[in-house]
Write a protein that binds this ligand. Structure first.
Ligand code: HEM
Length: 515
Protein backbone atom coordinates (compact mmCIF):
# COMPACT_ATOMS: atom_id res chain seq x y z
CA UNK A 1 0.00 0.00 0.00
CA UNK A 2 2.87 2.34 0.98
CA UNK A 3 4.66 1.54 -2.29
CA UNK A 4 1.49 2.19 -4.20
CA UNK A 5 0.99 5.61 -2.55
CA UNK A 6 4.63 6.46 -3.29
CA UNK A 7 4.22 5.59 -6.94
CA UNK A 8 1.03 7.68 -7.09
CA UNK A 9 2.81 10.61 -5.47
CA UNK A 10 5.75 10.44 -7.86
CA UNK A 11 3.30 10.05 -10.73
CA UNK A 12 2.11 13.60 -10.14
CA UNK A 13 5.59 14.81 -11.12
CA UNK A 14 7.22 12.24 -13.40
CA UNK A 15 4.45 10.26 -15.08
CA UNK A 16 6.65 8.52 -17.68
CA UNK A 17 9.04 7.21 -15.01
CA UNK A 18 6.14 5.89 -12.99
CA UNK A 19 4.59 4.24 -15.98
CA UNK A 20 7.81 2.37 -16.62
CA UNK A 21 8.31 1.37 -12.95
CA UNK A 22 4.74 0.31 -12.43
CA UNK A 23 4.50 -1.40 -15.78
CA UNK A 24 7.72 -3.34 -15.10
CA UNK A 25 6.48 -4.46 -11.68
CA UNK A 26 3.25 -5.67 -13.17
CA UNK A 27 4.97 -7.45 -16.04
CA UNK A 28 7.35 -9.15 -13.58
CA UNK A 29 4.52 -10.25 -11.36
CA UNK A 30 2.50 -11.42 -14.38
CA UNK A 31 5.41 -13.55 -15.51
CA UNK A 32 5.53 -15.22 -12.13
CA UNK A 33 1.85 -15.48 -11.51
CA UNK A 34 0.65 -19.01 -11.87
CA UNK A 35 -3.08 -18.65 -11.48
CA UNK A 36 -4.92 -17.58 -14.59
CA UNK A 37 -7.26 -15.39 -12.51
CA UNK A 38 -4.34 -13.44 -11.03
CA UNK A 39 -2.92 -12.95 -14.50
CA UNK A 40 -6.22 -11.60 -15.73
CA UNK A 41 -6.53 -9.19 -12.81
CA UNK A 42 -3.00 -7.94 -13.29
CA UNK A 43 -3.52 -7.57 -17.00
CA UNK A 44 -6.69 -5.56 -16.34
CA UNK A 45 -4.73 -3.35 -13.92
CA UNK A 46 -2.03 -2.74 -16.48
CA UNK A 47 -4.63 -1.82 -19.09
CA UNK A 48 -6.34 0.50 -16.62
CA UNK A 49 -3.00 2.15 -15.87
CA UNK A 50 -2.31 2.64 -19.56
CA UNK A 51 -5.79 4.08 -20.10
CA UNK A 52 -5.43 6.46 -17.20
CA UNK A 53 -2.05 7.57 -18.40
CA UNK A 54 -3.41 8.17 -21.88
CA UNK A 55 -6.12 10.43 -20.43
CA UNK A 56 -3.57 13.09 -19.68
CA UNK A 57 -2.06 12.77 -23.13
CA UNK A 58 -5.48 13.07 -24.73
CA UNK A 59 -6.34 16.11 -22.68
CA UNK A 60 -3.12 17.94 -23.48
CA UNK A 61 -3.50 17.16 -27.18
CA UNK A 62 -7.14 18.26 -27.30
CA UNK A 63 -8.56 21.20 -29.16
CA UNK A 64 -7.61 24.16 -26.95
CA UNK A 65 -10.57 26.31 -27.96
CA UNK A 66 -13.00 24.50 -25.64
CA UNK A 67 -12.19 23.19 -22.17
CA UNK A 68 -12.90 19.65 -21.05
CA UNK A 69 -16.18 19.40 -19.12
CA UNK A 70 -15.94 20.03 -15.37
CA UNK A 71 -15.69 17.06 -13.00
CA UNK A 72 -12.98 14.81 -11.71
CA UNK A 73 -11.10 11.83 -13.12
CA UNK A 74 -10.43 10.64 -9.57
CA UNK A 75 -7.47 8.48 -8.64
CA UNK A 76 -5.21 6.64 -11.07
CA UNK A 77 -6.53 3.22 -12.15
CA UNK A 78 -9.72 3.29 -10.14
CA UNK A 79 -10.86 6.77 -11.09
CA UNK A 80 -14.04 7.48 -9.15
CA UNK A 81 -15.11 3.83 -9.09
CA UNK A 82 -15.16 3.52 -5.29
CA UNK A 83 -17.33 6.64 -4.94
CA UNK A 84 -19.63 5.26 -7.60
CA UNK A 85 -19.94 1.89 -5.85
CA UNK A 86 -20.67 3.63 -2.56
CA UNK A 87 -23.25 6.11 -3.85
CA UNK A 88 -24.90 4.25 -6.77
CA UNK A 89 -27.09 6.48 -8.92
CA UNK A 90 -26.72 9.35 -6.39
CA UNK A 91 -23.15 9.55 -7.63
CA UNK A 92 -24.43 11.07 -10.90
CA UNK A 93 -27.09 13.20 -9.24
CA UNK A 94 -24.58 14.84 -6.90
CA UNK A 95 -22.20 15.54 -9.76
CA UNK A 96 -24.96 17.01 -11.87
CA UNK A 97 -25.81 19.37 -8.98
CA UNK A 98 -22.16 20.36 -8.70
CA UNK A 99 -21.06 20.53 -12.35
CA UNK A 100 -24.18 20.85 -14.51
CA UNK A 101 -25.49 18.79 -17.41
CA UNK A 102 -22.16 17.77 -18.93
CA UNK A 103 -19.42 16.47 -16.66
CA UNK A 104 -16.49 14.13 -16.75
CA UNK A 105 -15.70 11.18 -14.52
CA UNK A 106 -13.67 7.98 -14.69
CA UNK A 107 -15.17 4.63 -13.80
CA UNK A 108 -13.18 1.38 -14.01
CA UNK A 109 -10.42 3.04 -16.00
CA UNK A 110 -12.72 4.58 -18.62
CA UNK A 111 -12.67 8.36 -18.96
CA UNK A 112 -16.35 9.10 -19.34
CA UNK A 113 -18.55 12.10 -20.00
CA UNK A 114 -22.10 12.02 -18.69
CA UNK A 115 -24.49 14.01 -20.82
CA UNK A 116 -27.91 15.16 -19.56
CA UNK A 117 -30.82 17.11 -21.09
CA UNK A 118 -32.72 16.93 -24.37
CA UNK A 119 -30.41 19.22 -26.34
CA UNK A 120 -27.22 17.35 -25.42
CA UNK A 121 -28.77 13.89 -25.70
CA UNK A 122 -30.09 14.73 -29.16
CA UNK A 123 -26.56 15.53 -30.39
CA UNK A 124 -25.35 12.13 -29.17
CA UNK A 125 -28.28 10.06 -30.44
CA UNK A 126 -28.37 11.78 -33.82
CA UNK A 127 -24.60 11.52 -34.11
CA UNK A 128 -24.66 7.69 -34.27
CA UNK A 129 -21.86 6.42 -36.53
CA UNK A 130 -20.66 9.96 -37.33
CA UNK A 131 -19.41 11.29 -33.98
CA UNK A 132 -20.19 8.31 -31.70
CA UNK A 133 -20.81 4.62 -31.99
CA UNK A 134 -22.15 1.89 -29.75
CA UNK A 135 -19.74 0.70 -27.10
CA UNK A 136 -20.26 -1.86 -24.38
CA UNK A 137 -18.03 -3.09 -21.58
CA UNK A 138 -15.99 -6.18 -22.47
CA UNK A 139 -18.12 -8.41 -20.23
CA UNK A 140 -21.28 -7.40 -22.13
CA UNK A 141 -19.58 -8.00 -25.50
CA UNK A 142 -18.39 -11.47 -24.53
CA UNK A 143 -21.68 -12.51 -22.98
CA UNK A 144 -23.93 -11.27 -25.77
CA UNK A 145 -21.61 -12.41 -28.55
CA UNK A 146 -20.79 -10.95 -31.93
CA UNK A 147 -24.12 -11.99 -33.51
CA UNK A 148 -26.11 -9.78 -31.13
CA UNK A 149 -27.71 -6.72 -32.68
CA UNK A 150 -26.52 -4.54 -29.82
CA UNK A 151 -22.94 -5.44 -30.79
CA UNK A 152 -23.06 -5.02 -34.58
CA UNK A 153 -22.86 -1.74 -36.44
CA UNK A 154 -23.18 -0.21 -39.91
CA UNK A 155 -24.99 -2.10 -42.66
CA UNK A 156 -25.18 -5.40 -40.73
CA UNK A 157 -26.86 -3.65 -37.82
CA UNK A 158 -29.28 -1.78 -40.09
CA UNK A 159 -30.44 -4.95 -41.84
CA UNK A 160 -30.70 -6.92 -38.55
CA UNK A 161 -32.93 -4.19 -37.13
CA UNK A 162 -35.13 -4.21 -40.20
CA UNK A 163 -35.65 -7.97 -39.94
CA UNK A 164 -36.26 -7.95 -36.19
CA UNK A 165 -38.81 -5.14 -36.50
CA UNK A 166 -41.00 -7.47 -38.59
CA UNK A 167 -41.48 -9.49 -35.43
CA UNK A 168 -42.94 -6.41 -33.70
CA UNK A 169 -45.19 -5.09 -36.47
CA UNK A 170 -48.82 -4.24 -35.62
CA UNK A 171 -49.90 -7.45 -37.30
CA UNK A 172 -47.52 -9.56 -35.19
CA UNK A 173 -48.36 -7.68 -31.97
CA UNK A 174 -52.06 -8.36 -32.52
CA UNK A 175 -51.27 -12.07 -32.53
CA UNK A 176 -49.27 -11.84 -29.31
CA UNK A 177 -52.09 -10.17 -27.29
CA UNK A 178 -53.88 -13.40 -26.16
CA UNK A 179 -50.53 -15.12 -25.46
CA UNK A 180 -49.30 -12.29 -23.25
CA UNK A 181 -52.68 -11.97 -21.56
CA UNK A 182 -52.92 -15.67 -20.79
CA UNK A 183 -49.43 -15.72 -19.22
CA UNK A 184 -50.18 -12.64 -17.13
CA UNK A 185 -53.47 -14.10 -15.92
CA UNK A 186 -51.75 -17.35 -14.93
CA UNK A 187 -49.05 -15.47 -13.04
CA UNK A 188 -51.57 -13.27 -11.21
CA UNK A 189 -53.56 -16.40 -10.28
CA UNK A 190 -50.45 -17.89 -8.59
CA UNK A 191 -49.98 -14.65 -6.63
CA UNK A 192 -53.62 -14.74 -5.51
CA UNK A 193 -53.16 -18.31 -4.33
CA UNK A 194 -50.03 -17.39 -2.35
CA UNK A 195 -51.52 -14.22 -0.84
CA UNK A 196 -48.12 -12.53 -0.52
CA UNK A 197 -45.24 -12.35 -2.97
CA UNK A 198 -42.06 -10.45 -3.79
CA UNK A 199 -42.91 -8.14 -6.68
CA UNK A 200 -39.49 -7.92 -8.34
CA UNK A 201 -38.80 -11.64 -8.26
CA UNK A 202 -42.20 -12.60 -9.57
CA UNK A 203 -42.20 -9.98 -12.32
CA UNK A 204 -38.83 -11.26 -13.55
CA UNK A 205 -40.24 -14.76 -13.80
CA UNK A 206 -43.32 -13.48 -15.60
CA UNK A 207 -41.24 -11.44 -18.09
CA UNK A 208 -39.00 -14.39 -18.87
CA UNK A 209 -42.00 -16.61 -19.42
CA UNK A 210 -43.80 -14.11 -21.70
CA UNK A 211 -40.80 -13.20 -23.82
CA UNK A 212 -39.51 -16.75 -24.28
CA UNK A 213 -42.99 -17.86 -25.31
CA UNK A 214 -43.70 -14.97 -27.69
CA UNK A 215 -40.22 -14.86 -29.20
CA UNK A 216 -39.42 -18.55 -29.42
CA UNK A 217 -42.56 -20.52 -28.58
CA UNK A 218 -41.11 -21.97 -25.36
CA UNK A 219 -43.73 -23.44 -23.05
CA UNK A 220 -41.98 -24.09 -19.75
CA UNK A 221 -43.25 -26.28 -16.96
CA UNK A 222 -42.67 -24.99 -13.41
CA UNK A 223 -39.27 -26.64 -13.07
CA UNK A 224 -37.96 -25.42 -16.42
CA UNK A 225 -39.27 -21.94 -15.68
CA UNK A 226 -37.22 -21.82 -12.48
CA UNK A 227 -34.13 -23.22 -14.21
CA UNK A 228 -34.30 -20.69 -17.07
CA UNK A 229 -35.09 -17.88 -14.67
CA UNK A 230 -31.97 -18.69 -12.65
CA UNK A 231 -29.83 -18.84 -15.81
CA UNK A 232 -31.22 -15.49 -16.97
CA UNK A 233 -30.48 -13.91 -13.62
CA UNK A 234 -26.88 -15.17 -13.65
CA UNK A 235 -26.53 -14.04 -17.24
CA UNK A 236 -27.93 -10.52 -16.84
CA UNK A 237 -26.17 -9.98 -13.49
CA UNK A 238 -22.86 -10.66 -15.24
CA UNK A 239 -23.34 -8.22 -18.11
CA UNK A 240 -21.51 -5.39 -16.31
CA UNK A 241 -18.90 -7.31 -14.36
CA UNK A 242 -15.12 -7.58 -14.56
CA UNK A 243 -14.56 -10.16 -17.33
CA UNK A 244 -12.67 -12.77 -15.31
CA UNK A 245 -13.71 -16.20 -16.51
CA UNK A 246 -12.65 -18.12 -13.43
CA UNK A 247 -14.79 -20.07 -10.92
CA UNK A 248 -16.09 -17.82 -8.16
CA UNK A 249 -16.42 -14.73 -10.36
CA UNK A 250 -19.82 -13.42 -11.49
CA UNK A 251 -18.63 -13.28 -15.07
CA UNK A 252 -17.78 -17.00 -15.01
CA UNK A 253 -21.31 -17.75 -13.75
CA UNK A 254 -22.67 -15.60 -16.56
CA UNK A 255 -20.65 -17.47 -19.20
CA UNK A 256 -21.92 -20.81 -17.86
CA UNK A 257 -25.49 -19.49 -17.99
CA UNK A 258 -24.87 -18.29 -21.55
CA UNK A 259 -23.90 -21.83 -22.59
CA UNK A 260 -27.06 -23.28 -21.02
CA UNK A 261 -29.32 -20.62 -22.51
CA UNK A 262 -27.84 -20.89 -26.01
CA UNK A 263 -28.14 -24.68 -25.95
CA UNK A 264 -31.83 -24.41 -24.97
CA UNK A 265 -32.52 -21.71 -27.57
CA UNK A 266 -30.80 -23.67 -30.34
CA UNK A 267 -32.80 -26.76 -29.54
CA UNK A 268 -36.01 -24.73 -29.63
CA UNK A 269 -35.04 -22.98 -32.89
CA UNK A 270 -34.37 -26.34 -34.43
CA UNK A 271 -37.83 -27.57 -33.39
CA UNK A 272 -39.41 -24.42 -34.81
CA UNK A 273 -37.55 -24.80 -38.09
CA UNK A 274 -38.90 -28.35 -38.38
CA UNK A 275 -42.36 -26.97 -37.57
CA UNK A 276 -42.57 -29.39 -34.64
CA UNK A 277 -45.37 -28.90 -32.12
CA UNK A 278 -48.58 -26.98 -32.83
CA UNK A 279 -48.84 -23.42 -31.60
CA UNK A 280 -51.88 -21.19 -31.94
CA UNK A 281 -49.71 -18.27 -33.05
CA UNK A 282 -46.67 -17.43 -35.10
CA UNK A 283 -43.63 -16.70 -32.90
CA UNK A 284 -41.48 -13.59 -33.28
CA UNK A 285 -38.68 -15.85 -34.48
CA UNK A 286 -40.87 -17.13 -37.32
CA UNK A 287 -41.66 -13.56 -38.40
CA UNK A 288 -37.95 -12.89 -38.31
CA UNK A 289 -37.17 -15.94 -40.43
CA UNK A 290 -39.80 -14.90 -42.98
CA UNK A 291 -38.11 -11.51 -43.20
CA UNK A 292 -34.73 -13.19 -43.69
CA UNK A 293 -36.21 -15.02 -46.64
CA UNK A 294 -33.73 -17.86 -46.27
CA UNK A 295 -33.87 -21.46 -45.18
CA UNK A 296 -32.41 -21.96 -41.73
CA UNK A 297 -29.16 -23.85 -41.95
CA UNK A 298 -27.26 -25.21 -38.99
CA UNK A 299 -24.31 -22.84 -39.59
CA UNK A 300 -26.56 -19.84 -39.20
CA UNK A 301 -28.15 -21.24 -36.05
CA UNK A 302 -25.43 -19.98 -33.69
CA UNK A 303 -25.78 -16.41 -34.89
CA UNK A 304 -29.56 -16.51 -34.77
CA UNK A 305 -29.51 -18.04 -31.28
CA UNK A 306 -27.22 -15.21 -30.15
CA UNK A 307 -29.65 -12.73 -31.71
CA UNK A 308 -32.55 -14.32 -29.82
CA UNK A 309 -30.60 -14.28 -26.55
CA UNK A 310 -29.78 -10.61 -27.15
CA UNK A 311 -33.47 -9.79 -27.58
CA UNK A 312 -34.59 -11.67 -24.48
CA UNK A 313 -31.70 -10.28 -22.42
CA UNK A 314 -32.46 -6.70 -23.46
CA UNK A 315 -36.09 -7.05 -22.52
CA UNK A 316 -35.61 -9.09 -19.33
CA UNK A 317 -34.49 -6.66 -16.62
CA UNK A 318 -36.02 -3.60 -18.27
CA UNK A 319 -39.55 -4.95 -18.67
CA UNK A 320 -39.59 -6.73 -15.31
CA UNK A 321 -38.47 -3.56 -13.54
CA UNK A 322 -41.27 -1.57 -15.20
CA UNK A 323 -43.90 -4.21 -14.33
CA UNK A 324 -42.84 -4.37 -10.68
CA UNK A 325 -42.64 -0.58 -10.40
CA UNK A 326 -46.18 -0.41 -11.73
CA UNK A 327 -47.37 -2.57 -8.81
CA UNK A 328 -45.42 -0.27 -6.48
CA UNK A 329 -46.58 3.07 -7.86
CA UNK A 330 -50.26 2.07 -8.00
CA UNK A 331 -49.94 0.67 -4.47
CA UNK A 332 -48.85 4.16 -3.41
CA UNK A 333 -51.37 6.12 -5.50
CA UNK A 334 -54.80 4.62 -4.94
CA UNK A 335 -56.50 7.57 -6.65
CA UNK A 336 -54.62 6.77 -9.88
CA UNK A 337 -55.66 3.11 -9.65
CA UNK A 338 -59.24 4.26 -9.15
CA UNK A 339 -59.04 6.44 -12.28
CA UNK A 340 -57.67 3.49 -14.27
CA UNK A 341 -60.62 1.37 -13.12
CA UNK A 342 -63.07 4.08 -14.11
CA UNK A 343 -61.56 4.19 -17.57
CA UNK A 344 -61.74 0.40 -17.89
CA UNK A 345 -65.36 0.52 -16.79
CA UNK A 346 -66.19 3.12 -19.44
CA UNK A 347 -64.75 0.79 -22.07
CA UNK A 348 -66.50 -2.30 -20.71
CA UNK A 349 -63.16 -3.82 -19.68
CA UNK A 350 -63.48 -3.86 -15.89
CA UNK A 351 -64.97 -7.33 -15.70
CA UNK A 352 -62.13 -9.91 -15.49
CA UNK A 353 -64.37 -12.40 -17.25
CA UNK A 354 -64.15 -10.25 -20.37
CA UNK A 355 -61.18 -12.26 -21.54
CA UNK A 356 -60.84 -11.62 -25.22
CA UNK A 357 -58.61 -8.59 -25.39
CA UNK A 358 -57.47 -7.34 -28.76
CA UNK A 359 -55.06 -4.65 -29.89
CA UNK A 360 -58.13 -2.62 -30.79
CA UNK A 361 -59.76 -2.90 -27.38
CA UNK A 362 -56.56 -1.62 -25.76
CA UNK A 363 -55.89 1.32 -28.01
CA UNK A 364 -58.37 3.88 -26.64
CA UNK A 365 -57.25 3.68 -23.01
CA UNK A 366 -55.80 7.17 -22.91
CA UNK A 367 -55.61 7.57 -19.12
CA UNK A 368 -53.87 4.19 -18.75
CA UNK A 369 -51.38 5.28 -21.41
CA UNK A 370 -50.57 8.39 -19.38
CA UNK A 371 -50.04 6.26 -16.26
CA UNK A 372 -47.53 4.11 -18.13
CA UNK A 373 -45.81 7.12 -19.68
CA UNK A 374 -45.42 8.70 -16.27
CA UNK A 375 -44.12 5.41 -14.86
CA UNK A 376 -41.44 5.25 -17.56
CA UNK A 377 -40.58 8.91 -17.04
CA UNK A 378 -40.06 8.62 -13.29
CA UNK A 379 -38.53 5.13 -13.27
CA UNK A 380 -36.96 4.59 -16.70
CA UNK A 381 -35.71 0.98 -16.63
CA UNK A 382 -32.62 1.92 -18.64
CA UNK A 383 -31.18 4.90 -16.76
CA UNK A 384 -28.46 5.61 -19.33
CA UNK A 385 -26.54 4.09 -22.20
CA UNK A 386 -22.98 4.21 -23.52
CA UNK A 387 -21.29 5.37 -26.69
CA UNK A 388 -17.65 5.65 -27.75
CA UNK A 389 -16.52 8.98 -29.33
CA UNK A 390 -15.25 8.46 -32.85
CA UNK A 391 -13.82 11.96 -33.10
CA UNK A 392 -13.27 15.00 -30.92
CA UNK A 393 -16.28 17.32 -31.01
CA UNK A 394 -17.77 20.25 -29.16
CA UNK A 395 -20.85 19.91 -26.97
CA UNK A 396 -22.39 22.73 -24.93
CA UNK A 397 -19.11 24.67 -24.99
CA UNK A 398 -16.92 21.72 -23.96
CA UNK A 399 -14.51 19.45 -25.80
CA UNK A 400 -15.56 15.81 -25.95
CA UNK A 401 -12.34 13.97 -26.83
CA UNK A 402 -12.11 11.10 -29.32
CA UNK A 403 -11.78 7.70 -27.64
CA UNK A 404 -13.66 8.70 -24.50
CA UNK A 405 -16.92 7.11 -23.43
CA UNK A 406 -20.10 9.17 -23.50
CA UNK A 407 -22.94 8.09 -21.27
CA UNK A 408 -26.23 9.73 -22.23
CA UNK A 409 -28.56 9.99 -19.26
CA UNK A 410 -32.20 9.06 -19.43
CA UNK A 411 -32.90 9.23 -15.69
CA UNK A 412 -31.76 12.80 -15.04
CA UNK A 413 -33.11 13.99 -18.41
CA UNK A 414 -36.54 12.74 -17.33
CA UNK A 415 -36.34 14.70 -14.09
CA UNK A 416 -35.45 18.07 -15.57
CA UNK A 417 -37.42 20.62 -13.47
CA UNK A 418 -37.37 23.11 -16.37
CA UNK A 419 -39.47 20.66 -18.37
CA UNK A 420 -41.41 18.71 -15.76
CA UNK A 421 -43.09 20.66 -12.99
CA UNK A 422 -42.75 18.77 -9.68
CA UNK A 423 -40.43 16.45 -11.58
CA UNK A 424 -39.99 14.05 -8.66
CA UNK A 425 -43.76 13.51 -8.31
CA UNK A 426 -45.80 10.77 -9.98
CA UNK A 427 -48.46 12.78 -11.81
CA UNK A 428 -50.03 11.06 -14.85
CA UNK A 429 -52.20 14.16 -15.39
CA UNK A 430 -49.12 16.14 -16.46
CA UNK A 431 -49.62 14.46 -19.85
CA UNK A 432 -53.17 15.91 -20.13
CA UNK A 433 -52.07 19.25 -21.46
CA UNK A 434 -52.20 18.95 -25.21
CA UNK A 435 -49.42 21.53 -25.57
CA UNK A 436 -47.15 19.35 -23.45
CA UNK A 437 -46.08 16.44 -25.57
CA UNK A 438 -42.43 15.57 -25.31
CA UNK A 439 -42.16 13.01 -28.03
CA UNK A 440 -43.88 14.84 -30.85
CA UNK A 441 -41.92 17.96 -31.75
CA UNK A 442 -38.28 18.85 -32.03
CA UNK A 443 -37.19 22.16 -30.55
CA UNK A 444 -35.38 23.33 -27.47
CA UNK A 445 -38.63 23.86 -25.59
CA UNK A 446 -40.27 21.34 -23.24
CA UNK A 447 -41.83 19.84 -26.36
CA UNK A 448 -38.47 18.50 -27.54
CA UNK A 449 -38.94 14.77 -28.06
CA UNK A 450 -35.58 14.06 -26.44
CA UNK A 451 -37.02 15.12 -23.08
CA UNK A 452 -38.79 11.78 -22.94
CA UNK A 453 -36.57 8.92 -24.03
CA UNK A 454 -37.36 5.74 -22.05
CA UNK A 455 -36.58 3.72 -25.19
CA UNK A 456 -33.62 5.81 -26.35
CA UNK A 457 -33.76 7.37 -29.81
CA UNK A 458 -32.24 7.41 -33.26
CA UNK A 459 -30.75 4.40 -35.03
CA UNK A 460 -30.35 2.39 -31.85
CA UNK A 461 -33.69 3.06 -30.24
CA UNK A 462 -35.34 0.06 -28.61
CA UNK A 463 -36.65 -2.50 -31.13
CA UNK A 464 -38.82 -4.13 -28.46
CA UNK A 465 -40.55 -0.93 -27.29
CA UNK A 466 -43.99 -1.73 -28.76
CA UNK A 467 -43.88 -5.27 -27.36
CA UNK A 468 -42.85 -3.91 -23.93
CA UNK A 469 -45.59 -1.27 -23.95
CA UNK A 470 -48.16 -3.88 -24.94
CA UNK A 471 -47.12 -6.18 -22.08
CA UNK A 472 -47.30 -3.25 -19.63
CA UNK A 473 -50.74 -2.25 -20.85
CA UNK A 474 -52.17 -5.75 -20.53
CA UNK A 475 -50.60 -6.16 -17.09
CA UNK A 476 -52.06 -2.85 -15.89
CA UNK A 477 -55.49 -3.86 -17.09
CA UNK A 478 -55.44 -7.37 -15.59
CA UNK A 479 -54.03 -6.20 -12.28
CA UNK A 480 -56.46 -3.29 -11.90
CA UNK A 481 -59.53 -5.31 -12.72
CA UNK A 482 -58.85 -8.48 -10.78
CA UNK A 483 -56.80 -7.55 -7.70
CA UNK A 484 -56.53 -5.30 -4.67
CA UNK A 485 -53.13 -5.16 -3.07
CA UNK A 486 -51.18 -3.59 -0.23
CA UNK A 487 -47.48 -2.79 -0.21
CA UNK A 488 -46.01 -4.33 2.93
CA UNK A 489 -43.22 -1.76 3.05
CA UNK A 490 -44.42 1.44 1.41
CA UNK A 491 -41.33 3.43 2.27
CA UNK A 492 -38.70 1.00 1.03
CA UNK A 493 -35.62 2.68 -0.38
CA UNK A 494 -35.35 2.77 -4.18
CA UNK A 495 -32.12 1.92 -6.01
CA UNK A 496 -31.62 2.66 -9.67
CA UNK A 497 -28.71 0.48 -10.73
CA UNK A 498 -28.83 -1.77 -12.71
CA UNK A 499 -32.57 -1.03 -13.04
CA UNK A 500 -34.93 0.87 -10.71
CA UNK A 501 -36.03 -1.43 -7.88
CA UNK A 502 -37.03 -1.32 -4.23
CA UNK A 503 -34.21 -2.71 -2.06
CA UNK A 504 -36.55 -5.15 -0.30
CA UNK A 505 -37.76 -6.64 -3.64
CA UNK A 506 -41.27 -5.28 -3.01
CA UNK A 507 -43.23 -7.53 -0.65
CA UNK A 508 -46.91 -7.33 -1.55
CA UNK A 509 -50.10 -8.70 -0.04
CA UNK A 510 -52.71 -9.41 -2.68
CA UNK A 511 -56.37 -10.45 -2.76
CA UNK A 512 -59.04 -11.03 -5.36
CA UNK A 513 -61.01 -7.89 -6.11
CA UNK A 514 -64.62 -7.84 -5.03
CA UNK A 515 -66.88 -6.96 -7.95
C1 HEM B 1 -39.80 -1.29 -20.62
C2 HEM B 1 -38.99 -2.07 -21.31
C3 HEM B 1 -37.79 -1.60 -22.10
C4 HEM B 1 -37.07 -0.44 -22.00
C5 HEM B 1 -37.30 0.72 -21.05
C6 HEM B 1 -36.02 -0.50 -23.00
C7 HEM B 1 -35.10 0.51 -23.21
C8 HEM B 1 -34.15 0.50 -24.23
C9 HEM B 1 -33.26 1.58 -24.53
C10 HEM B 1 -33.17 2.88 -23.76
C11 HEM B 1 -32.52 1.21 -25.60
C12 HEM B 1 -31.47 2.05 -26.31
C13 HEM B 1 -30.10 1.81 -25.75
C14 HEM B 1 -29.05 2.68 -26.41
O1 HEM B 1 -29.32 3.80 -26.85
O2 HEM B 1 -27.89 2.23 -26.40
C15 HEM B 1 -32.92 -0.13 -25.97
C16 HEM B 1 -32.35 -0.85 -27.00
C17 HEM B 1 -32.72 -2.15 -27.29
N1 HEM B 1 -33.77 -2.85 -26.77
FE1 HEM B 1 -35.01 -2.24 -25.31
N2 HEM B 1 -36.13 -1.69 -23.67
C18 HEM B 1 -37.20 -2.38 -23.17
C19 HEM B 1 -37.67 -3.61 -23.60
C20 HEM B 1 -37.13 -4.34 -24.64
C21 HEM B 1 -37.65 -5.60 -25.12
C22 HEM B 1 -38.90 -6.28 -24.59
C23 HEM B 1 -36.80 -6.02 -26.11
C24 HEM B 1 -36.86 -7.27 -26.98
C25 HEM B 1 -37.89 -8.04 -27.10
C26 HEM B 1 -35.76 -5.02 -26.26
C27 HEM B 1 -34.71 -5.10 -27.15
C28 HEM B 1 -33.80 -4.09 -27.36
C29 HEM B 1 -32.70 -4.20 -28.31
C30 HEM B 1 -32.34 -5.42 -29.16
C31 HEM B 1 -32.03 -2.97 -28.28
C32 HEM B 1 -30.80 -2.59 -29.09
C33 HEM B 1 -31.23 -1.93 -30.38
C34 HEM B 1 -30.07 -1.58 -31.28
O3 HEM B 1 -28.92 -1.60 -30.84
O4 HEM B 1 -30.34 -1.24 -32.44
N3 HEM B 1 -36.00 -4.02 -25.34
N4 HEM B 1 -33.93 -0.53 -25.12
Amino acid sequence: MVYMSLILLVYQFIPELCLIIFGSILVAVILHASSCAIKTILHALLCAFKTWHSIDNTTTARDKSFPLPPGSLGYPFIGETLEFLKKGSNFYKLRQEKYGNIFKTNILGCPTIRVIGAENVRTILQGENSIVMQSWPKSTKLLLGSGAMTQTSGEIHRSQRKQVLHAFSMHALAEYVPIIQSDIRKQIETWLEKGTFLGYNECREMTMSISSKVLLGFDFDVEEKQRYNKMFLDFTDALMTVPINFPGFGFHKGMKAREGLLAGIKEQLHKLSLKEGKRPFKTAFEYYMDALDEELNMDGLDTIAEGALDLIANGFSTTSSALANLIMILGKHENVLQNVREELNTHGLLDPENVDLTLNSLKDLSYSSKVLKELLRLYPPAGASFRKCLKTFELGGYTIPAGWTVMYSIRETHRNPMVYEDAEEFRPDRWDDSSFHPGTLTSESPTDKFNFIPFGGGRRSCVGSEFAKLSLRIFLLELARSCDWTLLNKDAEMRFIPVPHAVDSLPVQIRRRDH
